[in-house]
Write a protein that binds this ligand. Structure first.
Ligand code: SF4
Ligand code: SF4
Length: 409
């Protein structure tokens, strides 16, 4: 059953504008209708029947990154993310066709089916390692196709898969038995992050179960208003994890944020949603033996970790526990980097503007290592740093923790 747009929640907005300067699309576009306040005005007019599901309204909603920075800023407690999701569902069901519907359909067909995505990334590995990618770039063959060029710039290489064992036993006293979500992009592009996640959890006293049948969590579908697909994926994921697990762990902020909200959408996945934790939340409570790393590191807050899950202190506290590591605050660390699921592929110009701002902030810190806890951010920020020729490393915090743990042995 469809979730109705919550009119009472929409009416909580008092138009104060406190959220406006925090909104990345306002920073780039400077338009009132591309602010949270403007979008809430449009959503409310639609919900009250004063405005139809027009192309113009749809476009202003499409341009929203869904970053939820406005939720963090709002003193009135307007739940912008869930209002946006419900309105997007309404648009997808009854509204006009979005301008990039075909491209989006292809992206979703690939990105939300791990097996298909694996085949695509195997092709990308060949494209990169055979030199074909370099040739295409040298000849400028993708220049007329902005979205294909954006995809090409994003993935520098595809590592070989590293499947994890079905169970990784806890070291020492067992604290709990947890499931690990291996993710879609994460398992193919960052298998080392999954390996490090599992090893650190085991080191912290968690027995880690990795169900082989797990699919996509449905986060991309939810954020795009693809309600039926989202519910089907959430239901399938809940069935893939054993019911007797104490917790389920993610290391991808976008996945964790959507999973934690499962209970709002379907009862069959409510238990999985209630058990979901980001890996950094669990590791912050665990005792980890950490050796020294002489590094200057800055930390980017992934939107769906900072704004979606309100996890801000744990990653910083964990990084500060590494002896020798100097953590430098990133200016506007929670400003979206432009990745936002597949936004960087659908709206490459706005995404590039945000990425340029992020890279400029990184340069200002002088850090040689940038940590971020979401695969989309890792890809996006790494591509921006490559384009600027920066000699930096872009890593998930668990990679630094795993290195420090190896130094303690
Ligand atoms: S979710 Fe992000 S982009 Fe969308 S209105 Fe809120 S702050 Fe702006
Ligand atoms: S969403 Fe919140 S912060 Fe933004 S204008 Fe409305 S009440 Fe003010």
């Amino acid at each position: 059953m469809a979730v109705a747009v919550d009119l009472e929640a929409l009416r909580k907005c008092v138009h104060c504008g406190i959220c406006v300067p925090q909104c990345p699309t306002f920073l780039v576009l400077g338009e009132e209708m591309d602010t949270p306040r403007g979008r809430l005005y449009l959503m409310r007019a639609v919900a009250e029947g004063r405005l139809g599901l027009t192309e113009t309204v749809g476009r202003h909603l499409d341009l929203c990154l869904g970053c939820r920075a406005c939720e963090t800023a709002c003193p009135s407690g307007v739940p912008f993310g869930s209002l946006l999701e419900a309105t997007r569902i309404q648009f997808r069901r009854d509204g006009p066709r979005a301008r990039h519907r075909l491209f989006e359909a292809v992206l979703f067909a690939l990105f939300t089916e791990p097996r298909r995505l694996g085949a695509v990334f195997a092709g990308v590995r060949f494209y990169r390692r055979s030199g074909l990618g370099r040739l295409v770039r040298t000849l400028g063959l993708l220049r007329p196709f902005a979205r294909l060029a954006a995809m090409d710039a994003l993935v520098a290489d595809v590592p070989r898969p590293e499947p994890l064992p079905a169970v990784i036993p806890a070291r020492g006293r067992r604290r709990a038995r947890v499931g690990l979500l291996t993710g879609c992009v994460q398992r193919y592009l960052y298998p080392g992050v999954n390996r490090d996640t599992a090893e650190l959890l085991a080191l912290g006293g968690y027995e880690v179960v990795v169900p082989s049948a797990q699919g996509c969590c449905g986060a991309l579908d939810l954020h795009a208003g693809r309600e039926d697909a989202f519910r089907a994926r959430a239901r399938a994921l809940a069935a893939a994890f054993p019911a007797d697990l104490d917790l389920v762990v993610t290391n991808a902020a976008g996945c964790g944020s959507a999973m934690k909200e499962y209970g709002r959408w379907l009862t069959e996945a409510a238990d999985l949603g209630a058990k979901t934790r980001d890996v950094l939340e669990l590791l912050a409570e665990a005792e980890l033996p950490l050796g020294p790393l002489e590094l200057t590191v800055t930390y980017h807050d992934a939107c769906h970790l900072a704004h979606g899950q309100r996890v801000r202190q744990e990653p910083r506290a964990l990084l500060r526990r590494i002896p020798g590591l100097r953590l430098v605050e990133l200016p506007d660390s929670d400003l979206c980097c432009g990745s936002a699921g597949v936004y960087n592929l659908l709206e490459p110009a706005i995404a590039r503007d945000l990425l340029d701002r992020k890279v400029a902030s990184i340069v200002a810190t002088g850090a040689r290592v940038i940590a971020a806890a979401n695969p989309g951010c890792l890809l996006q920020i790494a591509s921006g740093c490559r384009a600027r020729g920066l000699d930096v490393e872009v890593v998930h915090p668990v990679e630094l923790l795993a290195r420090a743990a190896a130094r303690s042995r």
